[in-house]
Design a protein around this ligand. Structure first.
Ligand SMILES: Nc1ncnc2c1ncn2[C@@H]1O[C@H](COP(=O)(O)OP(=O)(O)OP(=O)(O)O)[C@@H](O)[C@H]1O
Length: 605
C-alpha cells in the first residue's frame, strides 16, 4: 500500500515506534481488563483471610498489575501522540517533496499545460493543505491503535464464549461502515460536492481582504455588495450541506439497531451465566469490560475517516507520477535539479520540418516550419498576434516536444538534453516576478554571483539605477507584501527579468530570446534597449520578438511568420530590413503602416 510505503520512506524509525507504542497501549488495556477481574475476584477471599494471608498477598499483586496497566495505557497513548506529531510532519514533508518533484519533472511542461493534468497536480496540493489530509496522516495510528485495542477485547471475550465476540465485532464493523459513509458525505460536502459554492464564497471573501482588489473595492464602494454576495453564497451552500447531512445520518440507523440487539443478547447471555454461577464475579467484570472494549472496532473519528482520503490522495499522486514515467518515490537522480555548468556554447538554432499543435487544438500552430539561425546571428521573429512566435520559443526551450520534425540547439534536442536547454536564455512574455530579493531574481538565471558581477549584469540590462534606488540594494525583496519589500513598475520588472536572462548568458548560454519583453517600455526605450543588446551580444545568437518593427529593424535578419492557407505557421519572408522593404511584401506593408501611424502621432520611426 502506497500510503504505508510513504510512511516507511518518510520516517521509518518513528513509524516503528508508533507501532510499538500502539501494541503497548493495547496490551496494557487488555491486561487491565483481566487483572481488574482477578482483583475483584480475589478481594473477598483476601478480606476474609486477613491482611497477612497468602490470599491478601495475591490480591495486592493483582492490584499492582491493574494499577500498572491502567497507568501504562494512557502514558503510552500520550507518548504516542507526541511521536505521531513529529512523524506526521515528516510524512507531510515527504508528500510535498513528491508534489514538487512531480511539478518539476519532466522538463517539458506538457503535463502542466494539459488542463486535466494540471488540475490533478493542483488537487494534490490543495488536498494536502486541507486539515482532513493532515488528520488522515495521524489517522494511520489511530486506526491501528483502535484495531489492536479491539483485538485485545476480542481475546478477553473469547475466553468466556468464543462465538459471542465475532458477532459483536460484525455489529460494530457494520456501524463503523455506516458512520464512515455518513462522515464521507460530510467531508465531501466540505471539499467536494459543494466546492463550487464554497469557492465562490471564499473568492468573494478574498476580494474583501486581499490587496489586488483593494483599490477598486474602495473606489466603487463594493464592500456591501461583496459581503452580501458572500453571505448568500455561503448560506445557499450550507443549506445544501445540512440537507445532505440529515439525509445521510438515517443510513446509520439500521446498523445501530443491529448492534443494539447483538449487545443486548450478549449481555443477556452473560447475565444468565452469572445467575447460574457459570461465571465468577471476576470473569463477569473482565468480560463486561471486554464486551465494552469491542466498541474499538466501531470507532470512527476524524483521523480514521480521513485516513482513506489521505491514502487515496497519495495513490492518485502515484498514478499521476507513473503516467509521467516517474517512479513513486523520487530517485536521487530525479531529485537533483539542473545545476551542471553550461558548457562552452556556440548557439546554432535549427528547426527542421517542425509541426506542433497544442492538445485539444483543432489545427497545428506551426507546420513544416524550417528555420536555421547560425551561431551569433541576431534574428527578429515577427508576425501577427497568435501566429505562433511564443510557441516557437517554447519549442526551443524543450518545454513542449514537437509532434513532427526536429528542434536542435547546437545539434542537441532541448526536449531531452539538459545541455541544450541550458544554452538557451529567455525572457518570456509573461516572465516570473519572484517575490524574492532583487539578487535572487537575477541569480535565478545563473546561480550565486558576486556583487560586482551582479552590478555588471545590471548595467548591461539597464537595471543599475533601479537596484541603486532600492532601500537595501540587491537584498531588497521585490514585493510590497513583505516587510522592507517594494513594488516595481512593469518597465522596471522587465529590466530585472532582462538581468536574469543576461546572467544566464554570462554563465554560458549562447542563445538569448526576448519574447516581447518590452511591452511596458515606451518605443524609444525599447529601441534603445534592443540596440544596446545587439551591441553587447558579442557572438551571442539573439532572437527578438516584437510587434514594433522599428525596434527590430537593426537585427541581422528578419523572419516573418504567417499562416499558410489555413494551416500552421511557416516562414513567409526572410531577409534584412532593407531586403524585405525592397521586396514589398507583408513586412514592408506592416512597416509602412506602423511608421505612418507613429509619424501621425508625432514620433519618428
Ligand atoms: N498553452 C496553450 N494551450 C493551447 N493553445 C495555446 C497555448 N499557448 C498558445 N496557444 C495558441 O497557440 C497559438 C499561437 O500562440 P502564440 O502565443 O505562440 O502566438 P504569438 O505569435 O506569440 O502571439 P502574440 O503575438 O499575441 O504573443 C494561438 O492560437 C494560441 O491561442
Amino acid at each position: 500500500m502506497l500510503h504505508v510505503r510513504l510512511w516507511w520512506h518518510a520516517a521509518p524509525g518513528l513509524a516503528v515506534a508508533c507501532v510499538v507504542l500502539a501494541v503497548v497501549q493495547a496490551g496494557a488495556i487488555t491486561v487491565a481488563m483481566v487483572a481488574s477481574g482477578h482483583l475483584i475476584a480475589s478481594t473477598g477471599a483476601a478480606m476474609r483471610a486477613g491482611v497477612d494471608s497468602a490470599a491478601a498477598l495475591q490480591s495486592w499483586r493483582w492490584l499492582a498489575v491493574t494499577v500498572a496497566a491502567f497507568v501504562t495505557a494512557p502514558v503510552a497513548a500520550a507518548v504516542s501522540r507526541g511521536v505521531e506529531e513529529v512523524a506526521s510532519a515528516r510524512y507531510l514533508a515527504a508528500y510535498y517533496d513528491l508534489v514538487v518533484d512531480t511539478g518539476v519533472h519532466p522538463h517539458a511542461v506538457t503535463h502542466l499545460e494539459d488542463p486535466a493534468n494540471a488540475q490533478q497536480l493542483v488537487s494534490a496540493v490543495e488536498a494536502s493543505r486541507d486539515w482532513l489530509f493532515l488528520r488522515g496522516i495521524g489517522g494511520t495510528w489511530v486506526a491501528l491503535s483502535n484495531k489492536l485495542n479491539g483485538v485485545g477485547a476480542l481475546v478477553v471475550v473469547s475466553t468466556w464464549r468464543w462465538w459471542v465476540g465475532p458477532f459483536l465485532v460484525v455489529g460494530w464493523l457494520l456501524l463503523s461502515r455506516a458512520v464512515a459513509h455518513w462522515r464521507s458525505v460530510v467531508f465531501d460536502d466540505m471539499i467536494g460536492e459543494t466546492g463550487l459554492g464554497r469557492r465562490r464564497a471564499s473568492y468573494l471573501q478574498g476580494l474583501l481582504v486581499e490587496r489586488a482588489a483593494a483599490k477598486e473595492v474602495r473606489l466603487y464602494g463594493l464592500g456591501g455588495w461583496l459581503v452580501g454576495g458572500f453571505v448568500n453564497a455561503w448560506q445557499e451552500t450550507m443549506a445544501i450541506v445540512s440537507r445532505r447531512r440529515l439525509r445521510g445520518v438515517s443510513g446509520t440507523l439500521p446498523a445501530l439497531a443491529v448492534l443494539l440487539v447483538l449487545n443486548a443478547a450478549a449481555f443477556a447471555v452473560l447475565a444468565a451465566d452469572a445467575a447460574a454461577d457459570r461465571v465468577s464475579t471476576g470473569v463477569l467484570v473482565t468480560v463486561v469490560q471486554g464486551i465494552l472494549g469491542l466498541a474499538a472496532f466501531g470507532r470512527q473519528d476524524d483521523g480514521e475517516t480521513s485516513l482513506g482520503r489521505t491514502a487515496s490522495c497519495v495513490a492518485a499522486l502515484a498514478a499521476f507520477r507513473t503516467a509521467l514515467g516517474l517512479s513513486f518515490l523520487p530517485t536521487p537522480a530525479q531529485a537533483t535539479l539542473d545545476t551542471a555548468p553550461i558548457s562552452a556554447a556556440a548557439g546554432k538554432v535549427e528547426l527542421r520540418e517542425v509541426t506542433f499543435g497544442y492538445p485539444g487544438g483543432d489545427r497545428p500552430v506551426v507546420e513544416h516550419l524550417n528555420l536555421t539561425i547560425p551561431a551569433g546571428q541576431a534574428v527578429a521573429l515577427v508576425g501577427v498576434n497568435g501566429v505562433g512566435k511564443s510557441t516557437i520559443v517554447k519549442l526551443l526551450c524543450g518545454l513542449w516536444p514537437p509532434q513532427a520534425g526536429e528542434v536542435r540547439i547546437d545539434g542537441l534536442d532541448p526536449a531531452v538534453d539538459v545541455a541544450a536547454r541550458r544554452r538557451v536564455s529567455v525572457i518570456f512574455q509573461e516572465f516570473v516576478r519572484f517575490g524574492l530579493t532583487a539578487r535572487a531574481n537575477v541569480e535565478a538565471g545563473a546561480g550565486w554571483q558576486p556583487v560586482e558581477e551582479l552590478d555588471r549584469i545590471a548595467v548591461d540590462a539597464g537595471a543599475d539605477h533601479i537596484v541603486a534606488g532600492l532601500e537595501s540594494g540587491w537584498e531588497t525583496v521585490l514585493s510590497a507584501e513583505f516587510t522592507g519589500g517594494t513594488d516595481l513598475s512593469g518597465g522596471q520588472w522587465q529590466r530585472i527579468a532582462l538581468a536574469r536572462a543576461l546572467a544566464a548568458v554570462r554563465a554560458g548560454a549562447g542563445v538569448l530570446v526576448l519574447d516581447e519583453p518590452t511591452a511596458a517600455l515606451d518605443v524609444r526605450a525599447e529601441v534603445a534597449l534592443f540596440e544596446s543588446l545587439l551591441r553587447l551580444r558579442e557572438g551571442l545568437t539573439t532572437i527578438l520578438i516584437s510587434h514594433r518593427l522599428s525596434s527590430v529593424r537593426h537585427a541581422d535578419r528578419i523572419v516573418v511568420l504567417g499562416p499558410t492557407g489555413g494551416g500552421g505557421a511557416r516562414v513567409i519572408e526572410d531577409g534584412t530590413h532593407e531586403e524585405l522593404v525592397a521586396a514589398g511584401g507583408e513586412y514592408a506593408r506592416l512597416f509602412t503602416l506602423q511608421a505612418s501611424r507613429f509619424a501621425a502621432a508625432g514620433g519618428a520611426a
